[in-house]
Design a protein around this ligand. Structure first.
Ligand SMILES: Nc1nc2c(ncn2[C@@H]2O[C@H](COP(=O)(O)OP(=O)(O)OP(=O)(O)O)[C@@H](O)[C@H]2O)c(=O)[nH]1
Length: 320
């Protein structure tokens, strides 16, 4: 029996119900975040930031599954700010937090929930837009069942204390693998439905271009229905760090085209006096910046390629 598929307007059909999105793990130093990431991603380590200079918060790895794709984002640790720079860095961390679909808060079972944890979770509680929260009781192999029970109660008590809601509380051991598949299922189920963000279980030479194109497409489709989703594709023509910049102040230039099939669609995308195009550009730019951690200059155009979906020449040029 063949799987039902949803046509998302790209070349490869996506299984119905496929989910994709972003998560990050937070937790005090040594909570087990890196070990957990590696265990979830497994041997298919995808990308450890292919371009460190463009990436302040890198993609740590991609969990590929038949039913979904989970992209794990790296965030620096949050510290009690003592300087303006400290505050700025914390703002960056917070910005990333609001961009992900799920935050996994790692609370090691061999240590009591303490002030460091409550500070961190309190900061998450203060976000205007909170992603879904999963409490992960890490290092379960190090403790007795009794101690784990205590730990889980302490984690549950954080809800009332800090005004948050855990979607799930999952004990896990990254080293023994215990409950690891359950954690992957849990995280995946919290992602929105959508096509893979990375192609075919592997990372191309141009993961960032692919991702950027997808973010622009997403922004363009925000609030439009019916025919347009099938008729629009995005090509990143050129992307690179602007030369001659102070390395501490990088700027990523992105030249991209949104390709539609008809003049009438071009009108829809551009909007009244360019208002929609500006909104799409602004939304896409902030998404790209959050993803790559670099300020972005986005040059976004709309092109009509008549009936591109039916024209093999166009399709080839667009990479399908
Ligand atoms: N026994 C056991 N040890 C673990 C587990 N997960 C992590 N560790 C160990 O705990 C230590 C810290 O793990 P990391 O994954 O580096 O923790 P982290 O949260 O990424 O640490 P920072 O990078 O300092 O924030 C390492 O020595 C790991 O081997 C686990 O599930 N079981």
């Amino acid at each position: 029996m063949s799987e039902p598929t949803t046509d998302i307007g790209s070349a490869t059909p996506v299984p119905a119900g496929f989910r994709s999105g972003f998560a990050c793990f937070v937790g005090r130093p040594n909570a087990g975040k890196s070990t957990l990431t590696n265990a979830l991603v497994g041997t298919k380590i995808a990308i450890a930031s292919s371009r460190p200079q463009t990436t302040r918060h890198a993609v740590r790895g991609v969990v590929h599954r038949p039913d979904g794709q989970l992209v794990l984002i790296d965030t620096p640790g949050l510290h009690k700010p003592r300087t303006l720079l400290g505050e700025r860095l914390n703002d960056l961390v917070r910005a990333t937090w609001t961009e992900v679909d799920v935050i996994g808060v790692c609370l090691p079972a061999n240590q009591r929930v303490g002030p460091g944890d409550t500070y961190l979770v309190g900061e998450i509680a203060a976000l205007k837009r909170k992603p879904k929260l999963v409490a992960i009781a890490t290092k379960s192999d190090l403790v007795s069942a009794e101690r784990m029970a205590q730990h889980l109660l302490a984690i549950a008590a954080m809800e009332a204390e800090l005004g948050i809601e855990w979607t799930h509380i999952v004990p896990v051991s990254a080293t023994s693998g215990e409950q690891l598949p359950l954690l992957a299922d849990t995280l995946l189920a919290l992602l929105p439905e959508g096509p893979p963000l990375y192609p075919d279980g592997e990372i191309t030479d141009e993961p960032e271009e692919t991702l950027v194109a997808e973010l622009i497409r997403e922004a363009a489709l925000e609030g439009v229905h019916d025919e347009l989703p099938h008729s629009i594709t995005v090509v990143v023509e050129e992307m690179g760090l602007r030369e001659g910049r102070d390395p501490d102040k990088p700027l990523l230039d992105v030249y991209a085209s949104m390709i539609v099939e008809r003049d009438s669609q071009k009108g829809i995308v551009i909007g009244h006096r360019g208002s929609r195009l500006r909104d799409i550009g602004a939304a896409a730019r902030s998404q790209i910046e959050a993803m790559l951690g670099t300020p972005v200059y986005l040059d976004l155009r709309v092109k009509v390629l008549k009936e591109w979906q039916r024209d093999p020449k166009h399709l080839r040029r667009l990479g399908f």
